[in-house]
Write a protein that binds this ligand. Structure first.
Ligand SMILES: C[S@@+](CC[C@H](N)C(=O)[O-])C[C@H]1O[C@@H](n2cnc3c(N)ncnc32)[C@H](O)[C@@H]1O
Length: 361
């Protein structure tokens, strides 16, 4: 079994400099040995970083409450109702959502199916283990093409969603060449045992802005994520009726160009430490960049979706509360729920950078 470092080194030997996007793809998703292939427990307190899911079950329960309301609005759809998750990792969010629905919305639970998009056999096995008690209600597909094939292009009504999926797609890292007034793509080369940055080839940047470029310093770096935009477009195309939702940390295109972020937003996470050394330890550390929600929104709009909500995670979760609290099962909150809500919404925890985008058809 080849480790990411060996596979990357071999590609560089064969092709010369490779794009950073390719480096990131191999570091995270190299078959069998990439970061997300080998580490079921990388998310959570004992791993490299925490997510809203690993903060406890409240996040999934609030989402379940909201998704159930959305699905109920779709009851007149002339096809089955679905919740479709991508980036399900070890299946914990799915378990939290299905667990809540089974108890509090038994009728809907027995009518709908929970679908998971999972390209990796390893992660699929983790999810099947976590979700075995819900087995009859869960169905897996490798991606949207596979979903269309297996369902014979049947209509899809419901909610398609992800938590921290878009930030995990490989990004292109673009730098500004101030002398030539031209964007270039950062690539990766090898030097002895190490991987090093190389100014690679000239690149097109979809977001050109002459006024800004007049003042950008040489080497100013941003990321773009065509892979995330393509994924969103595919999701939008498959959705016949309902909502497409992403929860992730990110910003708008306007917020992306900040003088404080000369080197972009890409970061490595290793055992709860943030590092700028993106090329170190491929396969052993997470690599992630802020999501450009403007670009994602445009991809959905081009496929005919309408933006319903773009807000912060605290705003989104807080808006769910009044209706939830009107149901006896939510009151009174215990100390654990209060603590989890604070973690999800407090600016010093997960409340600062996380945004929620909801588009609909
Ligand atoms: C940062 S983790 C988030 C895990 C989980 N959603 C959570 O919030 O705890 C990103 C997950 O997305 C998965 N992923 C990446 N590309 C994917 C794709 N094209 N389809 C489905 N999952 C993908 C990764 O393997 C990883 O498990």
């Amino acid at each position: 079994m080849k480790m990411p470092t060996d596979v990357i080194r071999e590609e560089i030997r064969q092709h010369g400099v490779i794009s950073f996007a390719r480096f990131m793809e191999l570091a995270l998703y190299c078959p069998e040995t990439g970061y997300y292939e080998t580490r079921q427990d990388n998310v959570g307190r004992g791993g490299d970083f925490i997510t809203s899911v690993s903060a406890g079950s409240l996040f999934g329960e609030l989402l379940a409450f909201q998704f159930a309301a959305w699905l109920t609005e779709l009851r007149d759809a002339d096809c089955g109702l679905r919740m479709v998750e991508a980036g399900a990792h070890d299946g914990r969010l799915a378990a939290d959502i299905l667990g809540w629905l089974q108890i509090h919305r038994p009728k809907l639970f027995s009518e709908m199916e929970y679908w998971i998009l999972e390209p990796s056999a390893n992660r699929l096995a983790w999810q099947q283990e976590t979700l075995k008690i819900f087995a009859p209600r869960v169905r897996w597909f490798s991606d949207f093409e596979n979903l269309k094939l297996k369902t014979q292009n049947a209509k899809l009504a419901g909610v398609v969603f992800s938590n921290e999926l878009l930030d995990a797609f490989p990004v292109r890292r673009l730098g500004w060449n101030a002398r030539e007034k031209q964007w270039f793509e950062w690539g990766v080369a090898s030097a002895g045992e190490k991987f090093v940055w190389a100014r690679w080839e000239n690149a097109e940047c979809g977001m050109r802005n002459a006024e800004l470029e007049a003042v950008l310093p040489d080497g100013y770096t941003i990321e773009t994520s065509p892979a995330a935009e393509n994924w969103w477009r595919a999701a939008a195309t498959v959705l016949t009726r309902g909502k497409l939702l992403a929860i992730d940390y990110g910003f708008t295109a306007e917020e992306q160009f900040s003088p404080a972020r000369l080197n972009g937003t890409l970061r490595a996470y290793h055992r709860h430490h943030v590092s700028d050394d993106l090329l170190a330890r491929p396969g052993e550390q997470d690599l992630t960049a802020h999501v450009n929600f403007s670009a994602i929104q445009l991809a959905g709009a081009a496929a005919g979706l309408k933006t319903e909500t773009f807000c912060t995670q605290p705003q989104f979760l807080t808006r769910i509360l009044p209706a939830a609290m009107a149901e006896a099962s939510w009151v009174p909150w215990n100390a654990k729920q209060t603590r989890q809500f604070q973690t999800l919404t407090h600016p010093e925890h997960l409340g600062r950078a996380f945004r929620v985008l909801v588009q609909s058809r």
